[in-house]
Design a protein around this ligand. Structure first.
Ligand SMILES: [Zn+2]
Ligand SMILES: [Zn+2]
Length: 253
């Protein structure tokens, strides 16, 4: 399984894009500003999109991509998200004011099909098993555990303290854990309020982990990335922890 990191920042700026991962060229996991790195041909190749939550940094690429490929698309794209996320997209984005309602365009065969998913459900998409896992964030949010039968990775979505996550990881044993650590320890209150982790909160949570996957930190706020990573390395010397990087291609083989 190939994971292309098109975006993994908690903000924007030169060289920084928001959460967007492309899996095996045709499955998109979140549609942040990283979508803009794709050529038209690569956008047209996307068949399914799974979305963690409706925050703008995870969905902003979706309406823009649909408008870009609208004339050329051959087959509808499937979008999978929690029911609250689908309603939020319909109500606040595809509402004819912010953007056209692509759920009904073109009339004869709309460009997208929306599918509701629920926490605990396992989807079968492009021969991959995708488990919808719980997340803790101020708006309804899911994480996803993606498995091709040989290898797997878990993406926490945006999430703060999430006790329900760890037993799922212990039983599924993913090779890679992509986890949100947005803030430094100095900003713990802000992290708690906004539903993200700090290095210390991660260190507390990770005590529940009984396996030893590679851990990739994502969603770091611009400007404080190095401090976040220093704190992670200091607190968790026994784990294999790296920062997820823009443009990185991870091959789970
Ligand atoms: Zn969020
Ligand atoms: Zn976010």
């Amino acid at each position: 399984m190939k994971i292309e990191v098109l975006g993994c920042s908690g903000g924007i700026g030169q060289g920084l894009k928001t959460t967007t991962f492309l899996i095996d060229d045709s499955l998109l996991l979140d549609a942040g500003t990283g979508v803009e790195l794709l050529t038209m041909e690569r956008m047209l190749n996307i068949r399914d999109i799974i979305i963690t939550h409706a925050h703008l940094d995870h969905i902003i690429g979706l309406p823009l991509m649909l408008a870009t490929i609208f004339d050329l698309h051959q087959r509808p794209i499937n979008i999978y998200a929690l029911p609250e996320v689908i309603s939020a997209l319909k109500q606040h984005i595809f509402n004819w004011t912010i953007w056209p309602d692509y759920t009904v365009l073109p009339e004869e065969r709309p460009i997208i099909n929306m599918h509701s998913v629920n926490i605990g459900e396992t989807l079968l998409i492009q021969k991959k098993k995708i488990e919808v896992i719980p997340a803790q964030h101020p708006t309804p949010t899911a994480g996803y555990l993606v498995s091709d039968g040989q290898h797997s990775f878990a993406f926490t979505g945006d999430s703060g303290i999430n006790d329900a996550l760890w037993s799922i990881l212990n039983s599924r044993k993913p090779d890679l854990l992509i986890i949100d650590v947005s803030f430094t320890d100095e900003s713990e209150e802000l992290a708690r309020l906004s539903g993200h982790l700090t290095p210390s909160l991660l260190a507390q949570q990770i005590q529940q982990l009984r396996i030893d996957p590679r851990i990739a930190i994502t969603h770091l706020k611009p400007g404080i990335e190095d401090i976040i990573m220093q704190q992670c390395h200091q607190l968790l010397p026994q784990h294999q922890i790296d920062r997820l990087n823009h443009g990185e291609v991870i091959n789970l083989i």
